[in-house]
Design a protein around this ligand. Structure first.
Ligand code: IPE
Ligand code: IPE
Ligand code: MG
Length: 255
């Protein structure tokens, strides 16, 4: 092993020691952004950036399990990403299938429970089949929930919820006066999950890009200039350390 490898391990270890393991965020959500720029800066095609982005997922999933994070939501494809050239969209779908075929066994061995949010019925059939296989294989696992946001958009999610609630009102099974915030939450893709405590966005963009709009109302946000394929344990630990320094008031005041 090289000197640089040990140096990196050393840095990781000293950051790890700064994390209070009793106050690790329950739900971390990550906007995996910057694959294209990562590739461009190396004069490589965008798809190579996406491939490198998939590689980066593995380490962060492992680190999440080890830290005791309960839910890791990864924004992989937004409702707006269909606007991209057809060959990029199809490469992304192929990479998803490849990831599921290659990684499901190890994720299952690590007790990871795979799920998704978003309308996956619009994805290519092979993607849907592989996703359902992975969900079925890992459905009884009790460890980290790995929640992949695919064809996900916060606004589309809220529109769907409004339609489903309206239908209930129309057929008389729900009274308008009984609709509250919990009702809305219960009609979202995330109905059974806690809201994200921490939303991480690498790549230097300072926006949510339609991610978890309802659920993120009181999430702590963490941004970094690093592109997603370079996002590693060190960055992840830094995000969690910063998160633990935040004062989450939820609109209240300190005693
Ligand atoms: C994120 O990387 C991956 C997806 C949105 C699918 P990008 O492809 O958005 O990379 P940049 O933002 O162009 O660098
Ligand atoms: C957000 O990134 C979506 C994902 C990472 C999957 P985008 O690259 O699509 O977002 P914008 O276009 O920069 O806002
Ligand atoms: Mg982007």
């Amino acid at each position: 092993m090289s000197f640089l490898f040990w140096k990196r391990k050393d840095r990781q270890q000293s950051l790890y020691e700064k994390i209070d393991l009793k106050r690790v965020p329950t739900h971390v959500a990550i906007i995996m952004d910057g694959n294209g720029r990562w590739a461009k800066s190396r004069n490589l095609p965008r798809v190579i950036g996406h491939r490198a982005g998939v590689e980066a997922i593995k380490e962060i999933v492992k680190a999440s399990s080890e830290l005791g994070v309960k839910v890791l939501t990864l924004y992989a494809f937004s409702t707006e990403n269909w606007k991209r050239p057809a060959d990029e969209v199809s490469s992304l779908m192929k990479l998803l299938v490849e990831f599921l075929r290659k990684e499901t066994k190890e994720l299952d061995d690590n007790n990871v429970n795979m799920r998704c949010i978003g309308d996956i019925s619009k994805l290519p059939v092979t993607c849907q089949q592989e996703l359902h296989k992975s969900f079925d294989i890992t459905s009884n696992n009790t460890g980290l929930i790995l929640n992949i946001a695919l064809n996900y958009g916060g606004r589309a999610e809220i529109v769907n919820a409004v339609k489903a609630i309206s239908k209930r009102v129309k057929d008389g099974t729900l009274k308008i006066e009984n609709i509250d915030e919990n009702t809305i939450s219960s009609f979202l893709y995330t109905s059974k999950l806690p809201d994200p405590d921490l939303i991480i966005r690498p790549s230097g963009e300072l926006r949510l890009s339609n991610f978890l709009l309802w659920q993120g109302a009181y999430s702590e946000l963490w941004f970094s200039n690093i592109n997603w394929p370079d996002f590693d344990r060190e960055n992840y630990y830094r995000a969690i350390i910063d998160y633990q320094k935040r004062d989450r008031r939820f609109g209240g005041i300190k005693d």
